[in-house]
Ligand binder design. Structure first.
Ligand code: ADP
Length: 250
């Protein structure tokens, strides 16, 4: 689904991504691990069009997508989840979902908020879809809550829900588990596995919680110092000497 070839992203003289090459297999839930500062988030940002690479290429299903802006990637079904922006906190959970299809058309999110007539045209259909998504994620009871009032873990589920409002093919999730309690983390893990199995989503997941990675990811890719160190099953990667060294060295 995704092929990254010899990708570099430098910040001044600092090589945050330093010649990374990797593949994300269609239909997989691929885990991306590595010590802090390994370049994982920067790699995500380059793939998802938020940062131009210094050099290197990114392909999606064979097509060169290097440097395409996020809304074009969005149109191709490549999504990266974001924290719910501050200005969306005063909207309800359902409204947060309902804004996504408008955003996909490439207009700015602010336009999408103010151009409510476009939203109104299709409102009933989009509303039904939002309710379906909430039911899938088992958070129907939060539909009318303000997004700023729900817990951190529930926000993560909402972020995942936003990807279900459009036809996603591959979703990049950054630290799904950060600050989320174990029960909710399991719910998030279940939702990812179900989206993968039932809707054919491919995932690439950055996460520090190795139990979570072990439960849902295969394969796992480990990065360190901007490069890919190892790839394999969780056990293979966990027992790889280079990986152990990279973690001990931090
Ligand atoms: P990870 O997600 O693996 O923790 P990051 O991709 O966030 O790693 O960061 C890799 C390195 O790049 C870090 O040392 C970080 O300080 C640096 N870095 C990331 N973004 C920037 C930026 N915009 N400007 C300068 N340095 C950056």
């Amino acid at each position: 689904m995704i092929r990254v070839e010899n990708l570099h992203r430098h910040f001044g003289g600092f090589h945050a991504v330093d010649g990374a090459s990797l593949k994300i297999r269609a239909g997989s839930i691929t885990g991306l691990i590595g010590p802090n500062g390994a370049g994982k988030t920067t790699l995500f940002n380059v793939i998802a069009g938020r940062l131009p690479p210094t050099s290197g290429k990114v392909f999606m299903a064979g097509e060169d997508i290097t440097g395409l802006p996020p809304h074009e990637l969005f149109g191709k079904g490549l999504l990266r989840t974001f924290q719910i922006a501050h200005e969306f906190g005063s909207m309800t959970v359902r409204e947060n979902l309902m804004m996504v299809p408008a955003a996909q058309s490439g207009e700015s999110l602010l336009n999408a908020i103010f151009n409510r007539s476009r939203v109104r045209d299709e409102e009933a259909r989009i509303r039904d879809k939002a309710d379906e998504v909430l039911e899938f994620l088992t958070i129907s009871h939060l539909a009318d809550q303000k997004a700023s009032m729900i817990s951190g873990g529930q926000k993560k589920l909402l972020e995942l829900g936003r990807t279900m409002m459009v036809d996603a093919r591959i979703v990049f999730l950054d630290e799904v588990g950060a600050g989320v309690n174990r029960t909710l983390l399991n719910t998030i893990g279940d939702a990812i596995v179900r989206l993968n199995k039932e809707r054919g989503y491919t995932f690439c997941v950055i996460e520090h919680d190795m139990d979570f990675i072990a439960r849902i990811c295969d394969p796992v890719i480990c990065m360190a110092e901007g490069k890919v160190l190892a790839e394999g099953t969780v056990d293979q990667v966990k027992n790889d000497e280079r990986v152990i060294e990279a973690y001990l060295g931090t």
